[in-house]
Design a protein around this ligand. Sequence first.
Ligand code: TRP
Length: 340
Amino acid sequence: MANKKGRVFSGARPTGRQHLGNYLGAVKNYVSLQEEYDCVYCIVDLHALTTLEDFHLLKENTAEMALDWLAAGIRPEESILFVQSHVPQVTELHTILSMFTPLGKLTDLPTFKEKARMHPHNINYGLVGYPVLMAADIALYKADVVPVGIDQESHLEFTREIVRSFNYKTGKQVLVEPQMKTTNYPKVIGTDGVQKMSKSLNNQIELALSDAETAARVMTMVTDPQRTHRNIPGRPEVCNVFTLHHSFTPAANVERIAAECRSAKLGCVDDKKCLAANINKNLVEFRENARRWRKTRITYGTCSPTAPSARGSSPTGRWTKCDRRSGCRKGRRSTMDHRR
Ligand code: TRP
């Protein structure tokens, strides 16, 4: 913490193995923020319960997401990576903050309206309170900066308001008003070429695939719909394969690919082969790490509920590696422990 700019907190719902959209849109940024900030990253399993249908997958998805974050470069020696429900005090703060929250503010939020539209048969109490729990996450850990996508802007503004209201009404400046740090990375489109990459739409390319699996997945990607034949010139600006080149292919080659696509010198199949090879090249280290982390059993370290929020104290609630043969007794057992 000594020379760092402040504390970052961010969270994501446990969605299991991470895909290119998760990586480019969030995780890569989480990794680089570690250089400048004291970082706390949370897998928000309680938030997931608001819309969860596959309860039996929750633990598995939590574990798999954590393993991919670690493989991507979240460093547990210096950052805190933890599961939201392991520090139950967040629910206590959520209840307290709820008393400072006008109900209409929650039901007016566009995010609530959208979720209610998507889950008309499950508009539960927790769904309404989702932003209050998110505010509790951020406030409990006294975060200065919260990196999130633009879709979370209304939640962040809500957090700031509730923090101000709490501090004002109690006459104590105990809660920290966080700044939002938007991730500018453009929305990553899935293999269908239309919708945001997402596991639920089955248009994702997972990071931990093998080289061959990645190539097979890239081959299914929809390109410029007008390019129905190899000899028709393509339009890179509407092609999702081309968009992904920007993230995985050296800049000089990207320009050449655009020119050769436009002149129909390069066909979509070869273009996809090139993209797949470059994705694979970029993910070599991630995949080695992912294999290593998956071989290493994980146990949750002791999650001291108070220490992470005590600024300047040493981070707790860490992920710690343990060795099956040593008969680890650290932390509580869960699916993460001694699973394989
Ligand atoms: N609401 C966020 C999302 O859906 C997840 C989240 C929960 C979060 N608590 C948070 C993000 C605290 C940042 C900070 O993406």
